[in-house]
Design a protein around this ligand. Structure first.
Ligand code: NDP
Length: 281
């Protein structure tokens, strides 16, 4: 029977570990602060920002909130980021994406100081990951490595197939699996014979953004399946990129949706904030 990887439990463990560390620092008079910037009032973004603030409160991280109106100019946003870069009391800076269309996302990401880039999106963070230097790693793939390690799943020497090559999930995922000595294949929309390539995987990471795309023809017996996708179906239920019911009988371990990869993203964001504070000192 497949082992269901419990992302809720593992993310709670990580948050509790961080809470202990931050609590000890508080006794020494040290604090950790995350600045969260939201431009506009997109309801989904407001939910994400709210969840991040809640996690901060639980761990004992101070969250400083900047809610800017939709019509804020690019220059005003960049000016705020510059101010926060120079503010010694701020350890991490997060700009909730997406930002309004009149803004240039690339320029905004580049403006955040790499020392405070807790989302791990800055080119310096991405470059550091690819050459094995210290830097912040994108939270979702970093969370997946924690899910595997804390579930006792070995990566070294395994055939790892990552489907999806986005800058925030697929590519950093591939680099992290490589860092853990996996043998990594990255697939995308132009990959030929996708089911055949996926069936080679000991560890399959599905991150394409297509509901229930991966059925049992994409997995080999005993594989570990990590489902990054998150969708709300017509029946209002959440589902992933993997057809869980069709695959679960064939695999050795699998992440559910919800309750798998999702909760890890915020836990790793909190981890990066604490790490930023540690490095600063
Ligand atoms: P993107 O849309 O940025 O990238 C999708 C990738 O999948 C692209 O590289 C694309 O290939 C590839 N792809 C699309 N269709 C196919 C196909 N039919 N066959 C093979 N490859 C395909 O998505 P993200 O990486 O941002 O997100 C992926 C999923 O993960 C989404 O469902 C998203 O909601 C979810 N997600 C979940 C998070 C969480 O916390 N749980 C966090 C982030 C994302 P190409 O490059 O050739 O176009």
């Amino acid at each position: 029977m497949a082992y269901i990887i419990d992302g809720k439990k593992i993310s709670s463990e990580i948050k509790d570990e961080l809470k202990t560390t931050v609590g000890q620092w508080k006794e020494e008079g040290r604090s950790v602060c995350l600045a969260v910037i939201q431009v506009g009032d997109d309801p989904a973004s407001s939910v994400y920002v709210g969840n991040k603030k809640k996690a901060c409160a639980y761990i004992g991280i101070d969250s400083r909130s900047y809610e800017l109106p939709e019509e804020t100019s690019q220059e005003e946003l960049l000016e705020l980021i510059r101010k926060l870069n120079q503010d010694d009391t701020v350890d991490g800076i997060l700009v909730q994406l997406p930002i309004p269309d009149h803004m240039n996302e690339k320029e905004v990401i580049h403006a955040i100081s790499p020392e405070k880039d807790v989302d791990g999106f800055h080119p310096q963070s991405v470059g550091a990951l690819s050459i094995g230097e210290e830097g912040f790693v994108s939270c979702t793939p970093a969370g997946i490595i924690q899910l595997l390690k804390r579930s006792g799943i070995e990566i070294e020497g395994k055939e790892c197939v990552v489907v999806g090559r986005s800058n925030i999930v697929g590519k950093p995922m591939a680099m992290l699996l490589l860092r853990e000595n996996g043998t990594v294949t990255v697939c995308h929309s132009r990959t030929r014979n996708l089911p055949e390539v996926c069936r080679r995987a000991d560890i399959l990471v599905a991150a394409i953004g297509k509901p229930r795309f991966f059925d049992d023809t994409y997995v080999k017996d005993g594989a570990v399946v990590i489902d990054v996708g998150i969708h709300r179906g017509a029946d209002k239920k959440l589902c992933g990129d993997v057809d869980f019911d069709k695959v679960v009988g064939k695999v050795s371990a699998i992440t559910p949706v919800p309750g798998g990869v999702g909760p890890m993203t915020i836990a790793m964001l909190m981890h990066n904030c604490v790490e930023a504070a540690k490095r600063k000192r």
